[in-house]
Design a protein around this ligand. Structure first.
Ligand code: PLP
Length: 421
């Protein structure tokens, strides 16, 4: 796909802006569904395959409803995410609850919903057992430590706060089996935004060997492995999307070699991807408000890093298209900025773009994961609306924009009046 290709026209966006002023994120339902189907089809060669969408990537219930219809569950990590999942009717073992440093109320809520609870730490066994009792199905998160290397976003496994060591893990299965837990899963998540297929195959291989070892050492038969998320997307025009087929076939081979050969089947394969499911199919639409020339050339937009933090946080590249100027020569080198009082509030630095005028509409690509959801209110910035481009081309709001009233809604102005200083 040409990186400037869009599922909507300039005219359609101009019409939308009359009702929903910029900035806003817009998601492309048809592409999300097509992608979900491609993923499911590729991975259907694996026994009991299921994808649990990592809600944190795009926590909007309209999107969750679409993904539910495509047969996905949810991967939740907080109370509000569990509530969102419940609101769209994704409950029971269609929820994977993978949290860390977890408060008791969240374990309680997860247990009440019948979610698959994935314990991040050995000490959480006692914490849950003594308070609400252990569920009959439990999963544990493994951290391979120095055995594996991570990547830039997630870091080195042995430095990571997540998961248990192998010894702790083996002990965890032993103890929980004695405590009467009947069914078990195994989980890991050690990579983020990874474009190399081999990484996911190696992770599966590592977990399959572990399933065998756990079985030998504890007699526990693992029912499923959850390979985590972390499949990357090509943000840069020079990068290529991963092949789902290649990953699935590699995992299938590892399954035959380890799981079937050692007769530790049946073993179901789960994944909890977020980014690759919705990331490429979201766009942040913003209007150019000011053009400024000093030592550099600055394009000031009505969106800021509160609407998309990735460039400021990771130096991430997001492709930018100027609507109606897709074919123009890229003659200018500019910084595309927002209005936040932080100098890293830039969507692009030294980007080559066509000549830009005030009022031009910019499309910032691939904001469908960790875009709106990473939003914040620092500097009094408000989170934008979210729109959905339906399969029938209708465009509907799926979240309104925040207002200044929202910003002050947690403050008590009556108490303020009485507050004497
Ligand atoms: C963030 C996260 C995911 C999803 O990661 P993606 O990179 O969006 O695929 C899955 N599992 C856990 C535990 C996570 O924290």
């Amino acid at each position: 796909m040409n990186t400037d290709d869009l599922p909507f026209t300039k005219k359609e966006i101009e019409l939308v802006i009359e009702t929903f002023p910029t900035p806003f994120h817009i998601y492309d339902e048809k592409s999300i569904r097509d992608n979900a189907r491609r993923l499911k089809k590729a991975f259907s060669i694996l026994p009991g395959f299921k994808e649990f969408f990592a809600v944190k990537a795009l926590p909007n219930p309209f999107i969750l409803k679409v993904l539910k219809e495509e047969g996905f569950g949810t991967d939740c990590s907080s109370f509000p995410e569990l509530v969102l999942s419940e609101k769209v009717g994704i409950v029971g073992e269609d929820i994977m609850f993978t949290s860390n440093d977890t408060p008791l109320e969240e374990f309680k809520k997860a247990k009440q919903l019948g979610a698959i609870i994935n314990l991040d730490d050995f000490s959480h066994i006692d914490y849950v057992d003594k308070s609400i009792g252990l569920p009959s199905l439990l999963c544990f998160r493994y951290n391979p430590g120095p055995e594996r290397s991570g990547n830039v976003i997630i870091g080195d496994p042995k430095e990571a706060k997540y998961g248990m060591t192998k010894n702790q893990l083996i002990e965890a299965y032993s103890i929980c089996k004695k405590k009467g837990v009947k069914r078990f899963g195994l989980h890991t998540m050690i990579i983020s935004n990874e474009l190399h297929e081999d990484y996911f195959i190696e992770t599966a291989l590592m977990l399959f060997k572990l399933v065998k070892e756990i079985n030998e050492k504890t007699g526990v038969k693992i029912e499923f492995v959850n390979l985590g998320g972390g499949i990357g997307i090509p943000y840069k025009p020079t990068e290529k999307p991963v092949s789902y087929e290649k990953i699935a076939q590699g995992i299938k081979k590892a399954y035959t070699d380890i799981i079937e050969k050692n007769r530790v089947m049946p073993l179901k394969i789960f994944m909890e991807c977020g980014r690759v499911i919705t990331g490429p199919y979201g766009y942040l639409i913003t209007t150019v408000r000011h053009v400024k020339h000093t030592y550099k050339e600055f394009i000031g937009c009505d969106a800021c890093m509160a609407n998309l933090m990735r460039p400021a946080m990771y130096g991430a590249y997001h492709h930018i298209t100027i609507l109606g100027k897709e074919k123009n020569k890229k003659t200018k080198t500019v910084d595309v900025t927002g209005s936040l009082c932080e100098n890293n509030d830039k969507f692009a630095i030294n980007r080559k773009l066509p000549d830009i005028n005030i009022g031009d509409i910019l499309v910032i690509h691939k904001t469908g994961a960790h875009g709106h959801s990473m939003g914040f209110n620092y500097n009094g910035k408000l989170r934008s609306a979210e729109l959905l481009l339906r399969t029938n081309k209708e465009i509907i709001p799926i979240r309104r924009a925040e207002t200044p009233e929202d910003y002050v809604s947690t403050l008590d102005f009556v108490a303020l009046k009485k507050f004497n200083v």
